[in-house]
Ligand binder design. Structure first.
Ligand code: NAP
Length: 281
């Protein structure tokens, strides 16, 4: 079994981003800037935002952290986005999800200027990606493509099954595989005979948000398994959507959790921010 570790891939991406950030600073006299908006006190979101701010510091990007109270109104949040759109020091905007229930993420995405959309989730950027002219694409799926390339797992002519159809992971993941000449099946909670469908795949991406859900019965012996899920167990340990212990010796390659897809998401966010900064100037 090949363990598909994300760290070396993320380090390569970060090294390139750091070089680009340095040359941006030398040329334009300022660092590429990322605004990260966090609403409320969700502990996992606080940790993710902390990692993003730290990565900015490490790679020579400026970060602008906006921590807003849980009970902020949609109008106040929208106003902050509009101010960030106008702020000349901000190249990328990322609003950490999930938002508290009374707030609409779609309404936020409708307001983020597509030229500053660090996660490639606004309708304009989704449309550009699907029409083969990507500006920036969502960080987690983009990172998974980098991971597969790094481990020289070719995508052309492969049967790929993406399990999960969220706007953040499943749908953009399918689009990127399609763009890389794979044949793609997207599965979700209403898919019939999921186990049989997944077993046909050369590559399976599991992104359903259910801990240890996928056992070895779901995968072909030659399958490459990418686990996007992240769950914190009672004892503080992390696990994914794939039951790693059960599956690891029954497939060709698999990502661990933690240490698989996770590190790539942040690296791609940094890359997207620098790309947007370069495009804007
Ligand atoms: P999400 O928005 O909750 O979407 C889950 C998707 O899985 C939905 O499309 C749902 O189908 C489908 N699903 C749920 N149960 C299923 C089942 N039993 N069989 C088949 N499909 C099922 O989740 P998400 O935002 O995509 O995130 C998925 C996981 O990835 C979460 O654990 C999240 O924490 C993690 N994540 C990790 C990273 C990272 O950097 N590593 C980044 C983002 C997310 P329906 O559409 O039919 O409801």
């Amino acid at each position: 079994m090949i363990l598909l570790e994300g760290k070396p891939v993320a380090q390569n991406i970060k090294a390139r981003v750091s070089e680009r950030a340095k040359s941006f600073l030398n040329t334009f006299g300022r660092k590429p800037g990322l605004a990260v908006v966090l609403v409320g006190g969700d502990p996992a979101s606080q940790v993710y935002v902390g990692h993003k701010v730290k990565a900015c510091e490490e790679l020579g990007l400026a970060s602008f952290r906006h921590a807003l109270p849980e009970d902020i109104s949609q109008a106040e949040l929208n106003l902050l986005i509009e101010n960030l759109n106008k702020d000349s020091l901000v190249d990328g905007i990322l609003v950490q999800s999930p938002l508290p229930k009374h707030l609409s993420f779609s309404e936020v995405l409708d307001r983020i200027a597509p030229q500053k959309d660090a996660d490639g989730l606004t309708p304009e950027n989704v449309g550009l990606a699907w029409s083969g002219r990507p500006r920036v694409v969502p960080c987690t799926p983009a990172g998974i493509i980098e991971l597969l390339k790094y481990y020289q797992i070719s995508l052309e002519r492969k049967n790929v099954v993406v399990i999960g159809r969220s706007d953040i992971v499943g749908k953009p993941m399918a689009q990127l595989f399609l763009q890389n000449n794979a044949t793609v099946t997207i599965c979700h909670s209403k898919t019939k005979a999921l186990e049989e469908v997944a077993k046909q795949a050369d590559i399976v991406v599991a992104a359903i948000g259910k801990r240890n859900y996928f056992t070895k019965e779901f995968f072909d012996r030659d399958a490459v398994v990418i686990d996007v899920g992240i769950h914190r167990l009672e004892q503080g340990m992390l696990c994914g959507d794939v039951f790693f212990k059960d599956v690891k010796e029954s497939v060709r390659a698999i990502t661990p959790v933690p240490g698989g897809v996770g590190p790539l998401t942040i690296a791609m966010l940094m890359q997207n921010t620098v790309t947007l900064a370069e495009l804007r100037v």
